[in-house]
Write a protein that binds this ligand. Structure first.
Ligand code: FES
Length: 398
């Protein structure tokens, strides 16, 4: 009798509601269901695959940086630019020769500027900065650009972060903080920001006048310029040490946000460790792929062969031992979804079918299931042998 099923048991009321459902289906309209629901429209507005824009204005900041004001390109169907949170980035789509690439840039303008039809990107020339150099040399006023939707988690989150933010920025790492300061000044974010901004010399400070103007607008934002190479009156000098952070840190609880070139991180991380903050109070924007010379006992100079399988094709391409697989794929003209280029977002998620690879541990943000089933993030993966990978397709822009 133990195995006998009692058909009178109906703990979820299933048998009771079935007749009601059958009657509801019977009575339902035969008109076709809508193909587009409000929630779909909302999702596309916040997370468009592509946004098409025009360069309305270019501003030059010394020899090495420019700001680009981008507005919607209605002729290509973009009527408005997607809203974002201060600190997020968009990717710029570039076709350079046979290469197809996406490069992330933090949006420098305030989030409130997006519904008004404006993003500002400030881009600085970088050592080996293939995409940045191309943009600085080739983008002209009136030109068309293709962008992804906004992405990224380097944002102030009231449920997670302290209301006092201490920011540490270097070089073009100022851009997400600029957006946050503008959001604070405009009343869109309810937090305070004390920013330590490291530059080599006073004349190298990017957006100094604009930062000072924001600091005059609100007492919730303060900027301290720190010069490493050429001390000057009115500025802090040297590197951003634990003592300097303590000197300018408000008393009480605070979150520390860090964004800048990777060389800055190794130094600043040691200083931050001396502050003994809880891990949840320290946030990094990774800002690009591993760039330091990679060390691995089996890493050889030279190149390997990468067999690339997509849904419709197979091809072989060279991949250098010290370049990420994503760079090799882009050079081969294979369009691969990507965003952050630092192992975090998972957009480039790719199956490794054979071969040996190296993933620097600081950048390995894969889920355990991905590790178990041999999925990799090509943006932070380097070949140690010939390899075969199966890459997802990317919907190309028009
Ligand atoms: S592009 Fe974000 S994980 Fe590779």
């Amino acid at each position: 009798m133990a195995n006998e099923v009692n058909l009178n048991l109906d703990p979820r009321g299933f048998l009771e509601i079935m007749p009601q459902r059958a009657a509801a289906f019977e009575a339902a309209s035969e008109a076709p269901l809508p193909t587009d629901y409000p929630v779909n429209k909302l999702m596309r507005a916040f997370h468009p695959d592509w946004q098409y824009a025009r360069i309305q204005k270019i501003e030059t900041h010394g020899p090495g940086a420019k700001s680009f004001t981008l507005v919607p390109d209605e002729s290509k169907g973009t009527k408005e630019l997607a809203y974002f949170s201060a600190g997020q980035y968009i990717c710029v789509y570039l076709a350079i020769g046979a290469s197809r690439l996406l490069r992330p840039y933090s949006i420098r303008s305030a989030p409130a500027d997006a519904p008004a039809g404006k993003y500002i990107l400030t881009i600085k020339r970088a050592q080996d900065g293939f995409a940045s150099d191309y943009i600085l040399d080739h983008w002209k006023e009136g030109g068309a650009v293709t962008l992804t939707g906004p992405e990224g988690n380097f944002t102030y989150e009231p449920l997670r972060d302290a209301k006092e933010i201490v920011g540490i920025a270097g070089g073009s790492g100022i851009t997400p903080f600029f957006s946050l300061a503008a959001a604070i000044a405009g009343g869109a974010e309810d937090c305070r920001l004390t920013l330590l901004y490291g530059s080599r010399r006073a004349e190298d400070i990017l957006l100094k006048d604009e930062l000072d103007a924001l600091a005059r607008q609100t007492d919730k934002f303060k900027v301290i310029h720190v010069l490493s190479d050429d001390p000057a009156e009115g500025y802090e000098s040297g590197f951003i040490t634990a003592d300097l952070i303590k000197k300018h840190t408000p008393s009480g609880d605070y979150s520390l946000f860090l964004c800048g070139p990777q060389e800055m991180y190794a130094y600043c991380d040691a200083q931050i460790a001396a502050l003994a903050l809880p891990p949840r109070r320290v946030r990094h924007e990774l800002f690009g792929a591993p760039s330091a010379r990679l060390t691995h006992p089996n890493l050889k100079d030279g190149a390997f062969t990468m067999k690339v399988i997509t849904r419709n094709s197979e091809k072989e391409a060279p991949c250098a031992a010290n370049e990420s697989l994503l760079v090799a794929l882009e050079r081969a003209g294979t369009a691969v979804p990507s965003r952050c280029r630092s192992g975090e977002c998972g957009f480039c998620h790719t199956k490794l079918l054979s071969g040996e690879v190296f993933i620097p541990s600081d950048f390995d943000k894969r889920r355990l299931a991905d590790v178990a089933y041999n999925y990799i993030h090509p943006c932070v993966t380097f070949p140690l042998s010939d390899i075969t990978i199966e890459v997802p397709g990317q919907k190309e822009p028009v």
